[in-house]
Design a protein around this ligand. Sequence first.
Ligand code: ADP
Length: 552
Amino acid sequence: MPFVWYHNQILQFYRAIGLLVVYSFLLKLLLARSISVIKLGHILLCAGVFLVWSSVFFYGQTVNIITLQFIFIMVLGSFFLISRRFGVFYSVLAIFPIAIFILTKGRIEVFNQTEGALVSPAYEIIVILNFITIIVIHDLFNNAFTKNVEEKINLNIQFENALVKANEAANSKTDFLSTMSHELRTPLNSVIGMTDLLLSNPINEEQAETLKALKFSSTSLHSLINDILDFNKIGSDKLMLEAVKVNLNRLIKDICSGLNFQAKEKGIQLNFKVDERLHPIYVITDPTRLSQIIYNLVGNAIKFTSKGSVQINLEVINHSEEKIKVKFSVIDTGLGIKEEDQERIFEVFKQASLSTTRNYGGTGLGLAIVKKLVEMLGSKIQLTSEIGIGSDFYFEVSFDISNDLQVINEDDINEVFDLEQLKVLVAEDNAMNRLLLKKVFSKWNSELVFVENGLEAIEKASTDDFDVILMDLHMPLVDGYEATKSIRELQDVKKANVHIIALTASVSNNMEEKIIQSGMNGFMYKPFNANDMYATLKGLIKVNPNKSSKDS
Ligand code: ADP
């Protein structure tokens, strides 16, 4: 103002006063918080655009260094005051007249002084001030940017540390569960096994009743431990699905024969209907997990039904040469579930009502496991149910069909094998477990040879021929893994290739992998289920039919 006043540039003087008034007014509005920075930004930028356009086309009809700096400041201001989108918008508006000017007038005379333009040193002061503003804006931006990056790096470090700690905690939880399960399962194995043996020949009615109660409690405890372990495994994504050949008709028959007793005890019918198209084929899936799903659903259906029936249906939805889609349904005529509870019961530890635990027991883990397992099979569990009428749990799974043709003989399913001819070596250090195995196998007319540690197992396997070795994993002197490795290295090919099944009570994460790597053919968890053991050994005889007493 003083310079233009001194040089008698009246128009510039009024312009300066006008700008001062406008800026003071806007500053006042801003300080009184009656306007937001963004609104103020828009007002200033609109005014800026107006100034640039008027100065280039009307007032100065020129582009000099002040115009260029002014545009720079507008570009920076629009990006940092408002947003990226408006930054682009105002920048284009501000730069547009310059582009037109260059196209029509040729070139920019950066230091030209047209008539009526600012006089020295006002011109130089404004140029210097504008430069300082541009530097300050860049400094502010750079500062904020580096601070942001530093903060991000620090947060990442904190995040990584937290992740390491969380993983450590999760691992120690899994290790703890694995150790606990081993410690719990080993004595439980004996309790359940011995109860079964006593139950097969009770002294009197009263003892039979007591034994039944004992059996009920111990198997409940067993399934609770299994459920918790399974849930832990699924939750930490440690569960891998197997892919083996399965005949669904046979699988359902086996499951039903396992649950028939329970249904009969409650006086209800357990029926199953498997689509005929499934009878002759094998599909590729994980039989253990599929059975677990159906066991859980049918177990619940029997538990919550007091009269009527439980029906398992397997229906083919579509069928091609390589794939088959099957709908599994478990339908009961039991209690039914209220509509508002139908989603909740699939959550962990949730039951339909508080009285459920009181009347029927259970933990509310079963359906949570079923839900996750069905998801792992690529499907979703669904439910329709009506109070007092019954429930229908169903899901659809698409399976690959095994092209490895194998004739299925329906009679095979119920065929009974005697295990008399099977020579079995048992490596087990726990005396109770040895006694239990002895008693169970005596029912199948099979005599066992026992050793108590891995070293003895290697010696015995190198001198005698066995069909199967049941190998405990944790044993003194030499453990089950090492013993298996040594047996696999024996000179005699037949002895080296003996079928070895691990018997284990622990469920650590990489145990299944370690078992296979050490050269064992499979594994069974303790407490082992006598039916599963029988089925596995029966399978071995089938692979090697001259071992069957029927054939020999
Ligand atoms: P649990 O059976 O151990 O209680 P689940 O997760 O298997 O746990 O089931 C959760 C709840 O869902 C049960 O407590 C019961 O209230 C309800 N439920 C499950 N299946 C049925 C069924 N077939 N009929 C009626 N209610 C059922």
